[in-house]
Design a protein around this ligand. Structure first.
Ligand code: GAP
Length: 448
């Protein structure tokens, strides 16, 4: 199967089985938005909870926050987003459709990395590249990706606000609060999970490039003199995270982002790229943001962002290492790693081989026959018992056992438990079937 087909199969399964739907589907959709169904939201929560456990609850030096999405416009002026959070945009001169210039180059087999907007335009002119509809393209201009809105009943310049394009600024603006309330020793981190919004010129590739998505970010405050060691530590921690997600090590690649391609605030950036079915693309990044953000806040707010080392007079504005994780990119990596086609008894089967701790449903419980009340009653008992213990347990009595197994394989349920006549007449054991090997064995209900 080629990678394009594989991607189509994953998108189709995600919809068919209730993981992810197009946003506003019933009205023809809203480009770049996605809705999570029962299984999608369970998968997403498992991923986000694992992250929180690993990077916040599991550590002594991390403080969680949940800041407002709407923030004072000064936040985005100070951070540089109002002036520089832009993408290059060009237009089909005939039908007025708009495109991201670097995407046009990529789609024509040219690597735009490191090119200025003028250089991209020059390549388009030189090679005679046209729009996907075959029309000439306009020269590029910059397009700010922040969604603008007004807060309150008066729509003037003073009420302008933006839907946050990164969760990071809600962390920086709470740095002073955390220091004043908790007085942590350096280094320490502040972590946040939540929605971010970007008015992407061309959202595409399923949830990979969305206009509304979820980020998990950490600003790790450090002494400036050992930023390199702290940066390296975070590279190692991200590798651990990929292992915890069950991503094959060989599919994750480090890319040292050249200076001309780094965000305006970064002195060093490593992107982790993943071999998605759509190609090798950015999964997440780590940036050394220096004291750029805290200094800007200090300047624009007039409040000191200095950290005073306990018991001394030493004071300085801490520097920051920022690991920034996009949830949708993780979901795509996990979905594409899990998607497997194999054969069972000469029949093709699709199976999502999620790691057990990420699977949206951990157990499915069935009576062998749904028209035998004694089996159903016992199966309900087993279901209640397992559900109380594990939560993510599904009752499934639709169709014959073979069909139930196929359905549970498609949603990635690691174990199917079946109550049969031996359970009620024999030794009280149930069968438990392993998703990956399809092997069945008998265990007692207590063993479950
Ligand atoms: N605070 C730094 C920051 O936001 P970024 O590289 O612009 O850095 C961080 O974004 C991560 O957010 C990316 O590595 C990616 O995982 C995710 N991300 C960015 N734009 C996205 C989009 N349009 N759709 C889905 N995820 C996105």
């Amino acid at each position: 199967m080629n990678e394009e087909t594989r991607m189509d199969q994953i998108v189709s399964l995600a919809k068919r089985r209730g993981f992810i739907f197009q946003g506003s589907d019933v009205y023809g959709g809203l480009s770049g938005t996605w809705d999570y169904g029962p299984l999608g939201v369970a998968l997403k929560r498992n991923i986000m909870n694992l992250w929180w456990q690993m990077f916040v609850d599991g550590r002594d030096d991390m403080y969680g926050v949940d800041s407002a999405i709407l923030m004072n416009q000064k936040v985005w002026q100070a951070s540089g987003h109002v002036d520089t959070f832009v993408d290059p945009l060009c237009e089909d001169t005939v039908n007025k459709r708009r495109y991201r210039t670097d995407h046009i180059l990529k789609d024509n087999g040219i690597d735009p990395d490191g090119m200025t907007m003028e250089q991209m335009d020059a390549v388009i002119a030189e090679k005679g590249i046209t729009s996907p509809d075959g029309n000439p393209l306009s020269p590029s201009r910059t397009f700010n990706m922040m969604f603008r809105t007004h807060v309150g009943p008066i729509a003037d310049d003073s009420s302008v606000s933006y839907l946050r394009p990164e969760t990071a600024q809600g962390i920086f603006t709470n740095y002073r609060n955390i220091v004043d309330s908790f007085y942590p020793d350096l280094p320490f981190g502040i972590a946040q999970q939540g929605k971010a919004f970007r008015n992407e010129i061309s959202p595409r590739d399923f949830v990979f490039r969305s206009r509304e998505f979820e980020q998990m970010e950490i600003e790790y405050f450090i002494r400036p003199d050992n930023w390199e060691a702290e940066f390296d530590k975070w590279v190692g921690l991200c590798r651990e995270w990929f292992r915890a997600l069950g991503l094959p090590e060989s599919s994750v690649h480090e890319f040292e982002v050249p200076e001309e391609d780094r965000a305006h605030y970064s002195k060093r950036t490593i992107d982790f790229e993943f071999d998605y079915p759509i190609g090798r693309e950015e999964l997440m990044g780590i940036a050394y943001r220096t004291d750029f953000d805290l200094n800007n806040i200090q300047e624009h707010s007039g409040r000191s962002m200095e950290y005073i080392v306990k018991g001394t007079n030493e004071r300085f504005v801490p520097h920051v290492i920022e690991p920034s994780f996009g949830v949708e990119r993780v979901i795509m990596a996990v979905l594409s790693t899990a998607y497997t086609e194999d054969e069972v008894n000469s029949e093709k089967r699709i199976v999502m081989k999620f790691p057990e701790h990420l699977a949206p449903v951990r157990f499915a419980v069935s009576p062998l026959l749904k028209n035998k009340p004694e089996l159903v009653e016992k199966a309900r008992e087993v279901y209640a018992h397992v559900k109380q213990k594990y939560g993510a347990v599904m009752w499934d009595d639709n169709g014959n056992i073979g069909r139930r197994y196929r359905r549970q394989d498609e949603i990635g349920t690691p174990y199917c438990i079946v109550v049969d006549f031996e359970t009620i007449e024999g030794d009280g054991t149930v069968t438990i079937r392993d998703r990956d090997t399809t092997e069945q064995r008998r265990v007692t209900i207590e063993e479950l």
